[in-house]
Design a protein around this ligand. Sequence first.
Ligand SMILES: [Zn+2]
Length: 321
Amino acid sequence: MINANNLRISLDRRSKGSDLDFISHAHADHISSAKSTKHAIASEETVALLKKINDIELKHEKTPDFMQLYDAGHILGSKQIAINDEVSGRRILYTGDFQLQNGRACKKLQITGADTIIVDSTYFDPRIKFDERSEVEIAIQKWTQGKLRNGIALFSTFALGKAQELIMILNEVGIVPVVSEKIARINEVYAHCGLDLDYIADYEDGAEYIQLLKENFVGITDGPGDQIRACVSEAYGKRVYSAVATGFSKVMKFNTDVQFSLSDHADFWQAYDYIGMTGAKNVLTYGPNAVQMAINLSRNGCGAEPYAEAAVTQQMATLIK
Ligand SMILES: [Zn+2]
């Protein structure tokens, strides 16, 4: 929790006694304050996604003048927050999950300056480097087109964010995928926000759906890939080729025919570059890998420490003195 302008502001966590709760985006690991908050700061897209996915009516506030939201390039509606603390004169930037490479289904990362940056630590290991996004996208398109000649292509991926990226990548080469119900419901919010997604929901029973299933098709599911693969193979009597699309493809081996490292996060070196772009002199790392991220940044010449409320308060106290 940050103290700024005599307000306690929580960052993507439920914090007892907070006056404002910032929710950077609608992924499940960032919304723990959503149910209990009295005053949340979030984008309109995040508000709509929380309603659709979690049935939560977020009590959200107009963003106060001393705060600004910036696009984070992660998923629909994902934001960073910059807080100008008039007491200390410092500007603090919290990134939430962010990405430097441009996705198709969300707004591009906006860069802003800050004195202190609180940076996400999902990819803390300097040895993990994501491939050029355009190359990953082309690999997905080519693999899918090839497999469709002989059978069904089935992707397992996250329902919010990654599935919509995948749909747009496939749409570009004329492929209209069949998607699971959860993905289809989330797609409705994307469509409402002006994103053009061409897909068929797996609960539809119209002529287009029936015709599509007679041919080889592409499925996108957020469910357990192995089980769904077996069911699809049995139901349609065709070979099913399986794939995952996630940044974790760089870290672990999945039980699929192929894995694509399509990420909606910055890798370590992209985060390193972003810190430099903001000009922040004080670097705090945030999230489950905060300690390791701080060590790795410091080893590479960017002094950092894991985020702790005390660290931010200490920096402010130093400045006030
Ligand atoms: Zn996220």
